[in-house]
Ligand binder design. Structure first.
Ligand code: 1GP
Length: 247
């Protein structure tokens, strides 16, 4: 089974799936193995690894450590073309569809493609859409693009439909790491109503209750990062998993 299929089958079996983002710049390497073991035992369905900046040269070590401590998929969520490694199970092959910066729609993808091929890494094509979230996020600033207006679900639907017709395998609605406001439920519901491509939602999700609302609105995957980096208690991860897994 491919990593994409594994992720979808977890989401189907549990009503929705919980993905935890590990940013190699923010995580303390010494506590990483324990954190991954706890998260896996708490029911996390997969790990995303990456960040907008990633200053540390620990990217590959970080993936190796995660792989050693879990059996669930470990997927690169690249902030740049520097973040590619054959140690991962797959890579989200992102195209920043919400923006109009060609470099992030197709430029970096062309640079990365031969490297990914050589590494025999599974590429999961993902339409990445930034959503306005209160203040400028790193992803927005670094990509030099405007996010989708948060009060215009119809614009998000048009982008999501375009992604579906082009043939993307995943849609990712992103408020940005540490966002003031997460992606609005109205937008998630509108996109889920009109598009059949599985939807990932992340950015600024701080409570299990908030995570559950995203699932109820139609998210097939919910991502948290910051909240666990700040207060990564075992209980909190369990509560998130229970809120996201409808069954
Ligand atoms: C994943 O960028 C997010 O989509 C993670 O956001 O760090 O705010 O949870 P947080």
């Amino acid at each position: 089974m491919s990593t994409y299929e594994t992720l979808l089958s977890s989401s189907n079996a549990r009503g929705a799936a919980y993905l935890v983002l590990v940013d190699p710049d923010k995580i303390d390497g010494n506590s990483l193995p324990k954190f991954i073991q706890h998260a896996t035992a708490a029911g996390v369905d997969g790990f995303l690894v990456g960040g907008s900046l990633v200053l540390a040269d620990t990217f590959e070590d970080c993936i190796t450590t995660i792989k050693k401590n879990t059996k669930v998929p470990v997927v690169i969520f690249p902030g740049s073309v520097q973040q590619i490694s054959k140690k991962a199970d797959a890579i989200l092959y992102l195209s920043l569809l919400s923006g109009r910066n060609a470099e992030h729609i197709i430029g970096s993808q062309v640079t990365a493609a031969p490297i990914i091929k050589k590494m025999k890494l599974e590429a999961i094509s993902t339409a990445y859409m930034l959503v306005e979230s209160g203040k400028t996020t790193s992803a927005e600033f670094m990509s030099n693009t405007k996010p989708l207006p948060r009060n215009k679900p119809d614009i998000a639907v048009a982008h999501a439909l375009a992604a579906e017709y082009i043939g993307f395998k995943l849609l990712y609605l992103e408020a940005g790491s540490g966002a003031e406001h997460s992606v609005p439920e109205e937008m998630i519901a509108a996109v889920a109503k009109y598009c059949s491509v599985p939807l990932i939602v992340g950015g600024g999700i701080r409570t299990p209750d908030d995570a559950r609302k995203k699932v109820k609105a139609g998210a097939r995957f919910v991502v948290t990062g910051n909240v666990l980096e700040k207060e990564g208690s075992k209980d909190l991860i369990k509560e998130f998993a229970a809120a996201i897994h409808l069954r």
